[in-house]
Design a protein around this ligand. Structure first.
Ligand code: MTE
Ligand code: CO
Length: 418
């Protein structure tokens, strides 16, 4: 290769830009003003320290927000918004981006007037204020919270165009809190005490029955998320953490725990948050969130904009029954599967991050991911779920999600029959 032909080759690569299957691009022959000219931010001094006593993301990231679907609910006080999964990486959800689900709006609890009562079948009914709680030994744990209704709109077919809307009723944060077991031990649970009722201090007074085994196993009475006090939206100052179980049980603004000898069968565990079968029977108490995954990039809100060539596919997976040792991905709607690369810490009942790097030849793709959890369970297709549960369900849809990507890199929510 002569000198000039080599230069021509380099120029060709530069023109192909990031589309070529190379790392970066060959240096251009013509000046690039983004390199040769001084940008405004280098011509003047910037803001000093304390310009933002509580720091915020860059102004260029203003589109990275929770979003709701206005037609889903009649009123914002009993509604939901969604975590922008397609904008995130790693496994931790930043506090300001954690989806919100309220049944009676956000309770603005004054921490000085916060009280947690334990009553019912206990030796000594007790009341704790916030300081009392903070004098018990604490634990730090990372767990996902997924609403049972996550992906519920997708049960009968592809509907919402973006993983934020199809899968964004989930967040994954580090909680700091006191094991519920320690508080129950303090009150002394009577032998007959096999259930407890957790009650919230919001206008909806959310109440759920929880079996004592779970309460003693791994529930936390949490006051911090990702190191700082809970956000009001997430139950400030105290919420219940019920690892791996449906989000509805994670009572926010926790005000009371009653110990009893049977479940209460309140509204949120009967007419809501139960799964209706084709024969009209309802499945009672479906607490655990089964293994699930979704490709976050590319996806409808995060199309491929760089053309063919080097490509990073990414997504998240989780299981309410353990860890996620393995995720498979397919580029062709399930004809062939490859094992994705897991990256980041793997915690019990926490989100996991996976990647699959490949060269995109510019042809249409049918992308799917399939999670395997540490119990050996494999994420089913939506058809497999519907075969057993019919079409009446809303909750607990952990079926495999498909994105169709066209030659332009535009992605769409679709279903393929299996
Ligand atoms: N707790 C109270 N007190 N009130 C509520 O409306 N919503 C529940 C649960 N705990 C709720 C509550 C539901 S359905 C879910 S999915 C989770 O909180 C949502 O938690 P988040 O708002 O932190 O995402
Ligand atoms: Co919910």
């Amino acid at each position: 290769m002569t000198d000039t032909s080599r230069r021509n080759f380099l120029r060709g690569a530069a023109l192909a830009g990031a589309g070529a299957a190379v790392g970066g691009r060959a240096m251009a022959q013509t000046p690039d003003p983004a390199i040769t000219e001084l940008p405004p931010w280098q011509q003047y001094l910037g803001e000093g320290v304390d310009a933002a006593p509580y720091g915020m993301p860059s102004q260029y990231e203003a589109h990275v927000v929770r979003r709701n679907v206005p037609w889903l609910t009649a009123d914002a006080t009993s509604s939901v918004n969604f975590t922008p999964l397609h904008e995130l990486d790693g496994i931790i959800t930043p506090n300001g981006l954690c989806f919100e689900r309220h049944h009676g709006g956000v309770a603005e609890v004054d921490p000085a007037e916060y009280r947690l009562m334990i009553n019912g079948l206990v030796d000594t009914p007790l009341v704790f204020d916030l300081q009392d709680l903070m004098r018990f030994p604490r634990e730090n744990r990372i767990h996902f919270l997924e609403c049972a209704a996550n992906s519920g709109m997708e049960w009968r077919g592809a509907q919402l165009n973006g993983c934020q809307f199809t899968h964004g009723m989930i967040h994954n944060v580090m909680y700091t809190g006191v094991p519920l077991r320690l508080l129950l031990e303090e009150a002394g649970v009577k032998t007959a005490g096999t259930w407890l009722l957790a009650e919230g201090a919001d206008a909806s007074a959310m109440t759920r029955s929880i079996p004592m085994e779970k309460a003693l196993d791994d529930c936390l009475v949490a006051f911090k998320m990702n190191g700082e006090m809970l956000r009001p939206e997430q139950g400030y100052p105290v919420r219940l953490v019920v690892p791996g179980w449906e989000g509805n049980m994670w009572v926010k603004w926790l005000r009371r725990i009653e110990v009893g000898d049977q479940p209460w069968h309140h509204r949120e565990e009967t007419s809501k948050y139960t799964d209706l079968f084709p024969d009209g029977q309802a499945r009672r108490f479906t607490w655990e969130m089964d293994a699930k995954s979704v490709i976050t990039n590319p996806s409808p809100q995060a199309p491929i904009t760089h053309g063919p060539g080097r490509m990073v596919l990414s997504g998240v997976a989780w299981s309410g029954r353990g860890t996620i040792p393995r995720v498979d991905v397919t580029l062709d709607g399930g004809n062939s599967w490859v094992q994705a690369r897991m990256s980041g810490p793997s915690f019990d009942k926490s989100m996991h991050r996976f990647y699959h790097e490949f060269d995109w030849d510019g042809r249409p793709l049918l992308l799917q991911s399939r999670a395997h959890d540490s119990t050996g369970y494999v994420q089913p297709t939506k058809d497999m779920l519907r075969e057993i549960r019919g079409e009446n369900s809303i909750y607990h849809n952990n079926g495999i999600q498909t994105w169709a990507v066209n030659e332009q890199g535009v992605a769409e929510n679709v279903e393929v029959s299996s």
